[in-house]
Design a protein around this ligand. Sequence first.
Ligand code: SF4
Length: 183
Amino acid sequence: MVDWHKISLDKIAKELEVPDGYIKVSAPLEHDNIVNGDGLRAVLWTQGCPNHCLGCQNPETWDYDGGSLRKIDDIKKELASFRGQAGLTFCGGEPFVQPKACKEIADFVRKELGWNVWSFSGFTHEIITEHGGNALDFLKSLDALIDGPFILSQRDLSLRFRGSKNQRLLRLEYGTGKILTIE
Ligand code: SF4
């Protein structure tokens, strides 16, 4: 029998290698986005995803060798130039395969811009917590996580911020990553 839990743990361990001070992105930064979290939001689209969900809307973001490298300092400057944003959302690709870079940016927008921070992940909260390490450190810097892979047979277009019924909107306790509420 296939052990999906072990497969997920192996996949999250395969971090994308980027030089210190850089992050790999799949698209330009967005602002004033209203479909990836509460309020007006900046969105950072990361490159690289090991999950390969059937029906994924962004398969061009899977390739670890694709996308483009950007300096984290330049990302911070651009984010600081956006006005009237409630927060930043990390979308993919899979943000948790670049957890160190994502955490540095998350900490910057929280401390310097006063924004909240959300992330999508094809991994569940349980997998990220069990895996620990850099992925868990990034989780602890979030206010909300939308978790789980996209499952085509469970697709539901009426769900807020989610594509399939298995995915959850988890409000988290900042600093611990503990789940406060589940939608
Ligand atoms: S986790 Fe997200 S980006 Fe990755 S394959 Fe699934 S839907 Fe696509």
